[in-house]
Structure formats: structure tokens, C-alpha cells
Design a protein around this ligand. Structure first.
Ligand code: DC
Length: 637
């Protein structure tokens, strides 16, 4: 469960958010089919894109990804796909499931496609019907029209077909994407009352960027020529659906948010969400490469069709209670087939928080109100979790029961949300104390907390607690994924000098030689750091401040701390102090702390460093009282 700390001040933030999921997954598939190499920049690394990468790798595609630079390098197959050796697993990804089915039909062999329970419940029927018309044989291994399925393209023949767009535009996009690699040209006609049509345009734009020829001059008719694709370097836009949460927070939170990497030439329909905010009274500015939203003093209600941008309907629902008149959303009945039944989900959860919300024929109606405290169920749906986080930023006491589902499209979501709180952090009484092992920062931090009547948080003990849990679960401390999972499940609390981890007193255990030996590796794990950073920030915000001691408090956790102190001492002095405490030899300790300093200072994520505008205090040869006085003068001055 994650308690959402409300904004203390209107946000004022400029954000670099992750790349678009929809564009990343389309570009990945196209680059895999292309002749030659492609490099995708600002690519999204999330559950849904990793699902696509893994499936494409099963077709023999060489894909290398670098999370730190957000780039993916793909060696294109020129349309020559290998037969996957085992079943394709799409996890929970709708785009992967839909796009991989026609791709599988390009291979002349039966291919099994399956995924998590959630995706098994989502419909594929209209896409399978279209594939059938192309001579593709389909075996339904579970419920008719759903995954798991076996696709056999041995008898694929190109013929012009109709494709229904009533449930999802992804069916047409999926077929369009493989079009250039078919032996002949194909004309696809979009049938029925199609939804989310901007995504079709997005598909076409990306296809064209990789050399495809598509004639879409007649309404609802798309002729794709058998040109193949040509690999290239391609920059992905920031995700407009993810950006919607931040625009909404600015609009309803009377603040200002700028999102970079998306702008006037965007191919993402979801950017239209800012127009809705504008109609509700927000000021919006769409520049070539950034979008800015500034909230009004009074947000108006609205009556709006969200047929084209339904992924942002939960976002609008999350700020609807704060509008001065009702918000009605229409034409979105089809979103009951998304990761959850989204109309029911938003209405049910808003009602739980005391808001007058109701399901209508083809959408929902939400009346103004003040949300009460409560725990929101996320339905394992990233968009429900993210939307209600926005609501939690704007009212007191909201928690999300399973926040980790945001990893489907935005693993760093809560980190981004924290940047909205930076303005409020300036109001907190935070004393940030950083420094290397044995510098004397713990004794100093405790003494200062006492003198300032603030609570004290030993963040090193938190990293140690995760290390101890990893050791007792027999998990390799260098296994990034497994240790991050452990961090997610570790509940750490302090009572005086005692440290309780998942209810057990681990005060001694976390200072053991075994933990000392591995803790720096655990602390270098970005997944662990993200979880603990979130907990540390929340701890201080709920208390109005505190003395926090660690390695990155001033630089990363609270860059706007009231005072930042970097405590240091010579390595020999530090070893001497630790030796006095433990009785071990100075030489042994010197080697150990130098080893740990090296790992702590050289890691990629939040390395130990003197942060900007920190005061540096060298404790060598000084008494604790002298040092404390020095710091207090700065804190009070
Ligand atoms: O302060 P300590 O020795 O108890 O810290 C234990 C480890 O955790 C050490 O390797 C540094 C790391 N750490 C960190 O990386 N960031 C923090 N904020 C606190 C500690």
C-alpha cells in the first residue's frame, strides 16, 4: 500500500518523462522487420515494452537495450523471421498481444501466444476474424477469441479485407504494421464505429518514417504497398498519456507543469487532453518541443466525448471532484475491456471516497465534492493507480493498495510525482546529513535531532535492512530485480535505537559482518534506491521535517533541504573511530571502509558526493559538541 502525500504547495515543475509506450512498441516491431539497423532514443523501459522486446527476440531479432541512455539498438531482419522455439509471452501488454499476432502469421509454422490472466481476459476476436480472412489458421487454446492462441500463417494469402475498429483501433494498427512485409499490396477497410482513431494515424506516421508507402486518401481505407521497411535512428516522443497525470495535477492544483519531449508536431492523440483542461479553464501552451499547463483559480466542469483519447478518461475523473460544476464523459463504453473495467473502476473508487459519481450509458458523471480519506483499489490497472495518485496529491489521506502496477507503462511514475512536491519540500524543517562511513555523521545527526527537537532517520539502516532480508531469503545481493522486489516488500520501522524489519527486531543483524559485506551492492541497486527514497521522503513529509542521515539526502532525496551538511574525516580517523567501537584492527577497518567508499562514490545512481550548497564539516580532531554548534549556527542562521 502507498499513502499518497498531498501537495503542500501548488506544483511548479519542468519534467523529463519517459518515452511513449505506444510509439516504442510500434517502432520496435517496425525496426525488427526493417532492413538494416535502427536505434530508438528516448525509448520506454517498462513491462509492456520489455514484453515486446522479448517476443521479438524470440523471432531471432538482435535487440540491445541500454536503460541508462534510454536507447534500444535493433538489427533488423528484413522481414526474415526465425520460428520461435517456445510460446510467446506477452505479459499484460495489449499492444504486444495485438501486434504480435499478425507478425506471427508471417512465419510459416504454428506459433503459440499467451500472457498473464489480465490479457487473457481482453478481447482479440475482431483481429482473429481478420487474420482468418487472410487464410491464417487459429487454434483457440482457451476461451474463444482470447489468448492463449496458436497462429499458423502457412497458408497466408493476401486479399483485401474489412477490420472492425469498434472495440480497439489496435486491430487495424496490428495489420497495418505487417503490411509492408506482405508479398503483395493490401487494402484494409476500417469497419464499424471505430474508437481511438488517432492511434491509427500514429501507426501510419511511424510506418512512413521507416519507409512504408500507405495510401489513406479515401476515408477508412488503407492501402499498404509491399515495400518493406528501412532501418533508421528514431527519436520517440515523451508519453502523452503519462504526461496527462502531471497536466491534470497542475490544472487542479493551481500550479504549473512543463513536460518536455512532446509538442506541436506530436503524433499522439492523447495530447488532446490538454485541450480539455483548457476548456476547463487552464492555460495551456503547446510549443514545438514542450507543453505547459497552468491551473486556474477555479476549474470549470465539462461535458466531453473522450472516444479518441479514452486512456486519459481516468485522469479527468481524478480531478473532476475539484471542478466547480459536474464533469460528464461520454463515448467511452469500450474502456470496460481495458486493463480493468475502467468506467466501473473510477466510479466505484470515487464513491468509496465519498464523491457523487455515477455510471452512465456510455461513460460517467462526477459531481464536485471533497474526497474523504480512503484506500483506493488499483484493479492491477496502471491508469487507475496513476489517476488516483493525482487525486491523492490534491486531498488528504488517500492511499493506493497496489501501486506497483504503474510499472506496466511507467516504472518511475512515483519518482516523477515527487518532483511535483519539491515546492512543498522547501517548507519542511529538513536537516540533511551526508558523508562517508565512519565520518561521525550518525552521532552528529542524533545529537542535532535532539537539540532541534526533530525526529531522526538513519537511512543507512534502511539499506542494511534490505540487505539483511536479501541474505535471509538467500537471494544474490547483486541480482538487481530480485533484491528490488525484496525492497518493495520490506516494511522498516524504528523504535528508539531498535530497527524492526517486517515485524522482526533486526537491530543487531543489520550491523553484522555479513550485512557489511553486501550492503554497498544493495545500495547501488536503482530499484532499491527508488523504493527507499520514496519511503524516506514520505517519512519526513508526514512529520513536517526531520534530521535525515545518509549518502544522498542533500543531493537527491531532499535537494531543497533547509540545510545540507557533508560530514567528513580522514580515512585513518574514520577507521580509528570504528576500531574503537568494534575492537577490530584499524588496518582491517581501513580497507573495508575504503572499499565501501569506492562503491558508494562510483555507483551510477545517487553516488556519494558533496551536494550543491552543502556546508562541509571535517570532524577530524573536533569534539562532537564543537561540530554540532557549528552546524546549528548555520541551521538557525
Ligand atoms: O551509513 P551506513 O554505513 O549504515 O550505510 C550503509 C550502506 O548504505 C552504505 O554502503 C552506504 C549506503 N547508503 C546509501 O547508499 N545511501 C544512503 N542514503 C544511506 C546509506
Amino acid at each position: 500500500m502507498l499513502q499518497i502525500d498531498p501537495l503542500k504547495r501548488p506544483p511548479n515543475a519542468e519534467l523529463e518523462l519517459a518515452g511513449s509506450k505506444s510509439i516504442t512498441n510500434r517502432a520496435l516491431l517496425i525496426a525488427a522487420l526493417a532492413e538494416g539497423k535502427s536505434t530508438l532514443s528516448r525509448a520506454l523501459f517498462a513491462e509492456d515494452t520489455l514484453a515486446m522486446i522479448n517476443c521479438l527476440q524470440a523471432f531471432g531479432i538482435d535487440i540491445k537495450h541500454d536503460h541508462t541512455t534510454a536507447t534500444i539498438a535493433i538489427n533488423g531482419s528484413g522481414g526474415e523471421l526465425e520460428t520461435p522455439q517456445k510460446e510467446l509471452w506477452v505479459r499484460q501488454s495489449g499492444t504486444t498481444a495485438r501486434f504480435i499476432l499478425p507478425l506471427s502469421a508471417l512465419v510459416k509454422a504454428p506459433i503459440e501466444v499467451d500472457g498473464d490472466n489480465q490479457i487473457r481476459s481482453r478481447p482479440q476476436h475482431d483481429l482473429l476474424l481478420a487474420l482468418n480472412k487472410l487464410g491464417v489458421e487459429i487454434a483457440h487454446n482457451g476461451e474463444m477469441g482470447h489468448l492463449p492462441l496458436t497462429i499458423d500463417g502457412s497458408n497466408l494469402t493476401v486479399t483485401d479485407i474489412d477490420v472492425s475498429g469498434e472495440t480497439s483501433s489496435q486491430y487495424l494498427s496490428a495489420l497495418l504494421l505487417v503490411g509492408p512485409c506482405l508479398p503483395e499490396k493490401i487494402t484494409l477497410t476500417l469497419d464499424g464505429n471505430a474508437v481511438s482513431t488517432p492511434y491509427i494515424q500514429m501507426t501510419i506516421e511511424i510506418m512512413k518514417a521507416f519507409g512504408a508507402q500507405i495510401d489513406s486518401s479515401k476515408p477508412n481505407s488503407y492501402t499498404v504497398h509491399p515495400t518493406g521497411y528501412v532501418g533508421r535512428d528514431y527519436e520517440i516522443e515523451t508519453d502523452a498519456s503519462t504526461a496527462s497525470y502531471f497536466f491534470a495535477a497542475a490544472a487542479a492544483g493551481k500550479g504549473r507543469v512543463v513536460v518536455n519531449g512532446i509538442g506541436s508536431n506530436s503524433i499522439q492523440g492523447d495530447l488532446e487532453f490538454v485541450e480539455i483542461l483548457q476548456q476547463m479553464g487552464a492555460q495551456t501552451l503547446i510549443r514545438p518541443n514542450s507543453v505547459e499547463v497552468t491551473g486556474p483559480t477555479r476549474l470549470d466542469g465539462i461535458d466531453v466525448s473522450m472516444k479518441n483519447i479514452s486512456d486519459t478518461a481516468p485522469t479527468l475523473a481524478s480531478i473532476a471532484p475539484f471542478a466547480s460544476s459536474p464533469v460528464r464523459v461520454t463515448d467511452i463504453g469500450f474502456i470496460q475491456h481495458k486493463e480493468s473495467d475502467r468506467v466501473t473502476a473510477v466510479v466505484t473508487e470515487l464513491q468509496k471516497l465519498g464523491i457523487d459519481a455515477s455510471i452512465e450509458d456510455d461513460g460517467f458523471l462526477i459531481k464536485p465534492g471533497v474526497p474523504t480519506r480512503g484506500i483506493v483499489h488499483s484493479y492491477d490497472d496502471h491508469r487507475i493507480a496513476m489517476a488516483f495518485t493525482v487525486l491523492g496529491l490534491l486531498s488528504e489521506g488517500v492511499a493506493i493498495d497496489e501501486p506497483n502496477c504503474v510499472a506496466k507503462t511507467c516504472p518511475e511514475f512515483f519518482e516523477y510525482v515527487d518532483t511535483l512536491r519539491l515546492e512543498g519540500d522547501e517548507q519542511l524543517d529538513i536537516l540533511a546529513i551526508d558523508g562517508p562511513a565512519g565520518s561521525g555523521k550518525s552521532s552528529l545527526a542524533k545529537l542535532l535531532a535532539e537539540r532541534l527537537r526533530l525526529e531522526y532517520l538513519d537511512t543507512g539502516a534502511m539499506y542494511r535492512s534490505v540487505a539483511a532480508e536479501a541474505l535471509s531469503a538467500n537471494v544474490d545481493p547483486k541480482d538487481l530485480h530480485a533484491v528490488a522486489e525484496i525492497a518493495n516488500k520490506t516494511d522498516i520501522s524504528f523504535e528508539g535505537q531498535q530497527v524492526f524489519v517486517n515485524g522482526n527486531d533486526l537491530t543487531e543483524m543489520i550491523r553484522s559482518a555479513e550485512v557489511n559485506a553486501v550492503v554497498s551492492h544493495v545500495a547501488a541497486n536503482p530499484g532499491v534506491r527508488a523504493v527507499l527514497r520514496r519511503a524516506q521522503r514520505s517519512w519526513a513529509r508526514q512529520r513536517g521535517g526531520g534530521v535525515l542521515e545518509g549518502r544522498d539526502i542533500g543531493s537527491v532525496v531532499f535537494p531543497r533541504a533547509k540545510l545540507k551538511v557533508y560530514v567528513t574525516a580522514t580515512p585513518e580517523e574514520r577507521a580509528r573511530r570504528r576500531s574503537l567501537e568494534s575492537g577490530r584492527s584499524i588496518e582491517e577497518i581501513l580497507a573495508e571502509i575504503q572499499g565501501r567508499d569506492e562503491i558508494d562514490s562510483s555507483r551510477a545512481d545517487s553516488p556519494l558526493a558533496v551536494s550543491a550548497n552543502a556546508i562541509i564539516v571535517d570532524t577530524t580532531g573536533k569534539s562532537l559538541d564543537e561540530v554540532a554548534e557549528e552546524v546549528l549556527r548555520s541551521f538557525n542562521g
